[in-house]
Design a protein around this ligand. Structure first.
Ligand SMILES: Nc1nc2c(c(=O)[nH]1)N[C@H]1C(S)=C(S)[C@@H](COP(=O)(O)OP(=O)(O)OC[C@H]3O[C@@H](n4cnc5c(=O)[nH]c(N)nc54)[C@H](O)[C@@H]3O)O[C@H]1N2
Ligand SMILES: Nc1nc2c(c(=O)[nH]1)N[C@H]1C(S)=C(S)[C@@H](COP(=O)(O)OP(=O)(O)OC[C@H]3O[C@@H](n4cnc5c(=O)[nH]c(N)nc54)[C@H](O)[C@@H]3O)O[C@H]1N2
Ligand code: SF4
Ligand SMILES: [Mo]
Length: 732
């Protein structure tokens, strides 16, 4: 007889680290609820938490390795699969060179304890320099700013939301996303609390989002013009004399030798000059700056909308600089450095930009990864170094990176591809072999990354809820078993580490990290005794010791950023305020491209719609519910219009992660709610040239209203390219 039991864990689906309580009978999940005793999330969860059950039980989720044959997929044993993958990789590298093998690491890697701790073994064993990751369509600017200023790419300060009196949110929608580079469950309550204690929340966004709706104030802004708003604010901060006042009382600015030079940085950008382009009136910009400076405490925070656009890096730099010169960095209620129990900063390299450049598009690498926008050309353009083989680890770049159709085609031409994934999705359908890991409920969890971005210091460990099937494998086991097959001659230390991990599981490394961390007496055993987690207190002042530069000073690296103002000038000179621009959107029931196979999450009104303002709709003869062809330089999609004054006129929005109608996908529920992929419109040549980050917000598009009878047959959203059968290729 099975009895009902209770299990506590931390949800690993997004960055918020919510505590959950799972009732189960030893085999099946009975319910998933918020854990009221979790010191961090205090009972809050979002609707995605229940998807952990759906994912675990999903009949479409792969439980065995599969191989593509001329007649379809067939299950194969792990040893056969790993042998074939190793042979495939070796053959590519022998025939075309070490770097002819590409590898892409998707977002879920950073939500995976075992994966994070062991990925280096996979990377060192495949030895390729052709590495890519989701970072370059996401938080790359945050890493570069922190690397420059504080000496480490992961030394990223976060808003002290629990204590601030004024929060200026630029291009973030934490009510849908549950926060990012700001691990902060229940942002609705946190923002309510700011207002309740007499503070203010200001949102700058081309869409009146869920977050904007509950803010004290919201301003529309034309996409990718935030850099102008930020320059004008910086200019005002000096013009109104706030910067000088801040320096005298503030330690962080005193640590930045170049700070005086900032007085001139934005002098050519008075509010009057940027008002028309941004869409925010000059007197409003002046007021925004004044109120930010006069609040008892304040913090400026920018996320996807400001990072993943043409001026993402310069904008994130300006956000940091504004916090610095107004005395908000490393201050209670400002931008503060978390102090996680496992100090990832001290256990990893600081990062570097532009050591190498991509072969075809000549874009800089960051910390060994080339930008994702370079990926398809590296496969399609012939010549020495052309990618012929590929490993996709927990990612779906066909749906998640710009010019998805081109990438789709590129993958279909590879000689060999392997995907480590739960599903046959839009990307892994091109693989010759798919290696599926265990479900999140079958593994131990600790957030190595997101504790480093948490707005309150905590440590929480979750053991696996269910034992995995004896033949199933963790991601870390897949990495190590492949590494063993690929490089037999490894240094003794590496061999010993691999043996230890195999024997003890990667959690022994977590234990070491906890013991070496900043909290005396912290061990894995201690965390096991506290199933709800351990409260390590509010954020504390961390400067100057948080700085990783040897001289313990903040390096503003001004010349590098100042040079980018030339591009800003060009943008202003050529600006066309009539252009329709496309931006993205997130919904609380969606998670990038991969939770659409949970019926609970996709049911209801279709969410993959084109949002546009009534005036824009009228101008193009578009009615609510009508089909619209949206076209960009790279492609077209047909999508249903959702007319709403949430959007700024001339700005349209489509969420990413949809487009499951491509042939060969095997996720029944997702296919029945297919939608279209916005990344069939986003452009791999539209980038932030300062760092190579993708620019998916602010994409120029054209709109055409379609008569209902024209349907979507004239715009083909189903990929033409069918993957080559494995037997046609090197394994045959
Ligand atoms: N236009 C536009 N594009 C965007 C964005 C946007 O805002 N607009 N957002 C961007 C951002 S911020 C991100 S992070 C990227 C995400 O882009 P990706 O990381 O490329 O894509 P995901 O949709 O997260 O796909 C994750 C895949 O990993 C698999 N998976 C999940 N968990 C595990 C696991 O534990 N192990 C393994 N092996 N596989 C697993 C899932 O089945 C899924 O197929 O998308 C980016 N793309
Ligand atoms: N439910 C859900 N939660 C998620 C995810 C998900 O897919 N679904 N993905 C997770 C991931 S990987 C990430 S990185 C985070 C992202 O977390 P957020 O950055 O908070 O997420 P978004 O909803 O993309 O918010 C970006 C906002 O920027 C606005 N915007 C677009 N262009 C511009 C612009 O040019 N300027 C300004 N000022 N604003 C602009 C958009 O309208 C949008 O409201 O969310 C994470 N959480
Ligand atoms: S907010 Fe994120 S961590 Fe919290 S329950 Fe939802 S998906 Fe899980
Ligand atoms: Mo992301």
């Amino acid at each position: 007889m099975t009895t009902e039991q209770t299990h506590f864990r931390t949800c690993n689906l997004c960055e918020a680290m919510c505590g959950i309580v799972i009732q189960h009978d030893g085999k099946k999940v009975l319910s998933i609820k918020g854990d009221k005793d979790d010191p961090f999330s205090k009972g809050y969860i979002c609707p995605k938490a229940t998807a952990l059950q759906d994912l675990h039980e999903d009949p479409d989720r792969l439980r065995h390795p599969i191989e593509r044959t001329a007649t379809g997929w067939r299950e194969i044993s792990w040893s056969e699969a790993l042998d074939k993958v190793a042979a495939g990789i070796k053959s590519i590298q022998k025939n075309y060179g070490q770097n002819a093998l590409g590898i892409y690491l998707g977002n879920p890697n950073v939500h995976n304890l075992g994966g994070m701790l062991t990925i280096k073994h996979l990377l060192t064993s495949v030895k390729t320099r052709s590495r890519f990751s989701a970072t370059s369509i996401d938080q790359l600017p945050h890493h570069i700013v922190s690397m420059h200023l504080f000496g480490h790419m992961l030394r990223i300060p976060v808003p002290d939301v629990n204590r601030t009196q004024h929060m200026l949110i630029i291009g973030g929608n934490p009510l849908a996303s549950n926060g990012s580079i700001m691990t902060a469950p229940n942002m609705r309550q946190k923002l309510k609390d700011i207002k309740a204690r007499g503070g203010k929340v200001v949102v700058i966004d081309p869409r009146r989002t869920e977050t904007a709706d509950m803010a004290s104030e919201h301003h529309f802004i034309r996409p990718a013009t935030d850099v102008l708003l930020l320059l004008a604010m910086l200019n005002e901060i000096y013009a109104q004399g706030y910067a000088d006042k801040a320096f005298s009382s503030n330690t962080a600015a005193a640590l930045a030798p170049e700070v005086e030079r900032l007085a001139d940085f934005a002098k050519d950008y008075p509010a009057e000059k940027v008002a028309d382009i941004t869409g925010i009136a000059a007197n409003e910009i002046k007021r925004l700056a004044k109120e930010f400076c006069e609040a008892k405490s304040s913090v400026c925070y920018g996320r996807m909308g400001v990072s993943v656009q043409e001026f993402g890096l310069l904008s994130q730099y300006l956000i940091m600089v504004i916090n610095l010169v107004t005395g908000r960095l490393d201050e209670v209620g400002g931008l503060m450095f978390p102090n996680p129990a496992v100090d990832v900063v001290n256990n990893s390299g600081p990062g570097y930009l532009g050591k190498r450049h991509s072969r075809v598009s000549n874009l800089p690498d960051f910390n060994g990864d080339y930008p994702v926008v370079a990926m398809s050309d590296e496969m399609l353009v012939e010549g020495e170094g052309q990618l012929k083989g590929f490993i996709c680890v927990a990612g779906n770049p066909v749906l998640s990176t710009p010019n998805g159709e081109k990438l789709d085609e590129a993958f279909s031409k590879l000689d060999f591809m392997v995907a480590f994934d739960y599903y046959v999705n839009e990307t892994s359908r091109h693989a010759h072999i798919i290696l599926p890991p265990v479900s999140p409920l079958e593994r131990d969890h600790y957030d190595l990354t997101f504790n480093g971005f948490a707005v309150h210091n905590v440590a929480k460990y979750s053991p696996a809820l269910f034992a995995k099937h004896k033949e199933a494998k963790h991601d870390w086991q897949i990495y190590l078993e492949l590494a063993d097959r690929l490089d037999k001659k490894v240094p003794v230390a590496t061999r010993v580490e691999r043996q230890l991990i195999k024997r003890l599981g990667p959690k022994f490394m977590l234990d070491q990290g906890l013991k070496r961390g900043p909290y005396y007496g912290m061990t894995l055993n201690k965390l096991k005794k506290h199933p709800h987690g351990v409260d390590l207190g509010p954020l504390k002042k961390m400067l100057p010791q948080a700085i990783k530069h040897k001289d313990k000073q903040i390096h503003l690296n001004m010349d590098f950023y100042q040079a980018d103002l030339e591009r800003v000038q060009q943008m202003m000179a050529q600006y066309n305020d009539k252009q329709i621009l496309l931006i993205g959107r997130r919904h609380v029931r969606s998670n990038n491209s991969w939770l659409h196979n949970s019926y609970r999450l996709v049911k209801g009104k279709p969410r993959c719609t084109l949002m546009l303002h009534p005036d824009t709709a009228k101008e193009y003869g578009i009615e609510d519910g009508q089909k619209v062809a949206v076209t960009s330089r790279v492609g077209s999609v047909t999508i249903i219009a959702e007319v709403t004054d949430e959007l700024m006129p001339r700005i349209v929005s489509i969420p990413h992660g949809w487009g499951h109608g491509r042939r060969g996908v095997k996720q029944k529920i997702a296919q029945a709610h297919a939608g279209v992929s916005v990344n069939d419109l986003t452009d791999d040549t539209l980038i932030d040239q300062l760092c190579g980050n993708a620019a998916v917000n602010g994409v120029p598009v054209q709109l055409i209203a379609l008569k209902s009878e024209s349907g979507d047959t004239d715009i083909d959203v189903v990929a033409e390219s069918e993957p080559k059968a494995l037997s046609d290729n090197i394994m045959g």
